[in-house]
Design a protein around this ligand. Structure first.
Ligand code: CIZ
Length: 316
């Protein structure tokens, strides 16, 4: 038997024995997406986990995602195969940033992006995804707030400010995802336009810099991009301006549409730390387990649940 077939068979056997599901983020390696029970964005996955009757969740993604899944599923074992798979954007947010921002802007609601540590979700007024941030900011504007705080991505804060007209203060001022900031930069968008002109549809993530967003045909989260691809099926190619792993997912969903990465070097090495071998190993040893402080997890869960309910209501 081939090495890979043997590995996948071991994985399937362990999954049955442990009553486990594998959740994989849209940015995971193709072979990890292939063995996953669900592939999606971080919040979709954490909520998906709540709907399964599995005893064990193997989270193939970065640490903040695994922690959110653990917080939303307190009665299940959550395994994160490579705990050092972190997120520099999430790690940029520290407690003094929040304290100082709350002091500087008293009464301003704090929106915390899912790409953040669990403690920050627990102290947030709302937890937002890149898809729900503008909706919730618009709702707050209608409630009379003219200033809101958004942590930790400054580009998402700018995107929300531009699309809603609300004053959005980024907390801290410099938080960014290096992949989107440097590898979905205006240079790569211009390079694609020079090559393809209007024959390409360019879709970029809100974590990309303002100039990249302004030149794109569409700006949205990974799940919004996946849905939007169909709208551009008349173009010669759809270019995804985000971590390149999303292209594999998109090609599986739309085999008849040509989908390419805007920049094939936009690779998040933390996302790629989760391998098939590490998943098999985690299931075999039933570790590394994700442990979260129960009181922080409870408060984070309440804020996430309330925010999700509000976003669904606002979407109509
Ligand atoms: O929340 C997520 O999964 C991330 C990191 C991005 C997105 O747009 O889905």
């Amino acid at each position: 038997m081939s090495y890979i077939r043997g590995l996948v068979e071991r994985l399937e056997r362990l999954k049955r024995e442990r009553r486990a599901v594998i959740l994989a983020h849209n940015y995971q390696l193709p072979e990890v997406q292939d063995v996953a029970d669900f592939v999606g964005d971080s919040l979709e996955l954490a909520r998906q986990a709540m709907e399964t009757d599995a005893d064990v969740i193997v989270f193939a993604g970065v640490r903040f995602m695994a922690e959110m899944a653990a917080a939303l599923n307190p009665d299940r074992v959550v395994l994160h195969p490579v705990p050092e798979a972190g997120c520099p954007l999430a790690d940029a947010l520290l407690e003094p940033h929040v304290t100082r921002a709350r002091e500087a802007y008293p009464g301003a609601p704090l929106l915390v992006y899912v790409n953040s540590p669990l403690w920050a979700k627990a102290v947030a007024d709302y937890v937002v995804t890149s898809a729900s941030a503008a909706l919730i900011a618009g709702y707050l504007k209608n409630q009379g707030y003219d200033t809101i705080l958004l942590a930790p991505d400054r580009n998402l804060a700018d995107h929300v400010a531009l699309t809603t007209g609300v004053r959005v203060v980024p907390v801290p001022g410099y938080g960014h995802c290096p992949i989107h900031e440097y590898l979905v930069s205006p240079y790569y968008v211009r390079r694609a336009r020079d090559k393809w002109e209007e024959r390409a549809a360019i879709l970029v993530h809100p974590e990309a810099p303002r100039e990249s967003r302004l030149m794109a045909d569409f700006v949205g989260s990974t799940s919004q991009m996946l849905r939007a691809i169909q709208r551009f099926r008349d173009r010669s190619v759809v270019l995804l301006g985000t971590e390149e792993g999303l292209v594999y997912r998109a090609r599986r969903l739309y085999p008849d549409i040509r989908v390419e990465p805007l920049n094939p070097t936009a690779v998040c090495i933390d996302m790629k730390k989760i391998t098939l071998e590490s998943i098999v190993d985690a299931l075999e040893r039933m570790k590394p387990r994700v442990t979260v402080d129960p009181s922080i997890a409870r408060r984070a869960r309440e804020v996430i649940e309330e925010s999700v309910r509000l976003a669904y209501r606002l979407r109509g």
